[in-house]
Design a protein around this ligand. Structure first.
Ligand code: ZN
Ligand code: ZN
Length: 388
């Protein structure tokens, strides 16, 4: 029996427990930083199987850290478990935590049986959808001494980590002056005009941006009544890029366009960056290769017909700190496309087929970990590629 098949066999011995945990998380969707029950279930599972768990990790009530072994080499797995407002587990994070626990327990079990030295770290990272806890977790040195890191995300099809964009969110408020819009328009300053000019400026800017850049916004405040010149209007924008160089340029330019809109209308403005943003994901090609090989061996071949990823995730910060991948496991039973962040994705994430795919994801992730821990040449190559 091949290594990954042996790993799958170990995962299956915990299969019923992993499925029950994932189902429980699915049934009780908790939003960013409120994943109390989901976090507790994972910590209890680990303690039950003899591991020590650091709870309230990095100052987050719903983060945890668990380690097996010591020293080097070291492999890290990250878990996610937050849900989305309105559509529950429409991003399938109930499967991410199940896959992470499965990979951790299978890999450590295999290491014990075969006397393999090294360390495996499992980090429970809350609030991927909104809040990006991995930024602080990575900055705090959580990955110091780690050779490589990984997580697996559900999708409609199994594929590689094709990267993702960096992102920064801006909340903008323009302040004008209210007046009767018809009776005394000359006494007003129209804050909504500033919002409209900001959108117009951004739409003109788009054609000068690299293909991989993205910028999209919504109006959050637009006045109270048509006969009152809006004295306050607001909008929220996401600015994204494939490179940090362009992200920095875009952040600066965005602020210039805000200033321009304010100047054109006479409104004042306030810009609040939501948080530090997250970095672009840089997939380790050699890890993608092993993932592809191992998941394929388990009968879930990788679909290579997709271009570069255009979403964003705080796992980007992980991948900029150490060699890492965030590939996808297919959970669409008839292989038809299911949109991310949808009710259909939520439904698929609670089905037996998704759980069986989760087991395969665990085994293949454990196999990537095993390669990192047991092949010094591979580690060297990973390191060399990463520093390029
Ligand atoms: Zn999501
Ligand atoms: Zn997600």
């Amino acid at each position: 029996m091949s290594e990954v098949q042996q790993l799958l066999q170990i995962v299956e011995t915990y299969g019923a427990e992993l499925d029950a945990l994932s189902m429980e998380v699915w049934k009780n969707p908790e939003l960013a930083f409120k994943e109390v029950a989901a976090c507790q279930l994972q910590c209890e599972f680990l303690k039950k199987h003899g591991f020590e768990v650091t709870e309230n990790y990095c100052g987050f009530e719903t983060a945890y850290r668990c380690e097996y072994g010591s020293g080097t080499p070291a492999f890290a797995i990250t878990s996610e478990y937050d849900a989305l407002p309105g559509i529950g587990h429409g991003c399938g994070h109930n499967l991410i935590c199940g896959a992470a626990l499965g990979a951790f327990i299978a890999l450590t079990d295999y290491m014990k049986r075969n006397n393999i030295p090294g360390k495996v770290v499992l980090i429970g990272t809350p609030a991927e959808e909104s809040g990006s806890s991995k930024v602080k977790i990575v900055d705090s040195g959580a990955l110091d001494g780690v050779d490589a890191a990984m997580m697996v995300h559900p999708s409609w099809r199994t594929t590689l980590d094709t990267g993702c964009l960096s992102i920064k969110r801006f909340d903008v408020v323009f302040k004008g002056k209210a007046s009767h819009a018809s009776g005394s328009p000359h006494l007003g300053i129209n804050a909504l005009d500033a919002v409209q000019l900001l959108f117009a400026g951004i739409n003109a800017w788009r054609q000068q941006l690299p293909e991989s850049s993205r910028i999209h916004g919504i109006v959050t405040e637009g006045g109270l009544k048509p006969n009152i010149t809006p004295d306050r209007a607001g909008c929220c924008f996401y600015v994204r890029s494939a490179t940090q160089e362009w992200q920095d340029k875009m952040n600066d330019r965005f602020l210039d366009i805000v200033k321009g809109a304010a100047l054109m209308t006479g409104a004042e403005y306030e810009v609040k960056p939501f948080n530090a943003g997250t970095k672009a994901r840089k997939p380790a090609a050699l890890m993608n290769q092993v993932w592809m090989e191992k998941i394929g061996e388990l009968g879930s071949p990788v679909d290579l017909s997709f271009g570069a990823g255009r979403g964003s995730s705080d796992f980007g910060n992980v991948s900029q700190a150490v060699p890492a991948i965030h590939p996808y496991i297919g959970i669409s039973e008839n292989h038809t496309e299911i949109a991310g962040h949808s009710a259909a994705m939520c439904e698929a994430s609670g089905k037996p087929y998704a759980f069986s795919q989760m087991h395969k994801a665990s085994a293949a992730m454990a196999a990537v970990g095993l390669k990192v821990l047991t092949d010094a040449g591979y580690r060297e190559q990973l390191k060399a590629d990463f520093s390029k």
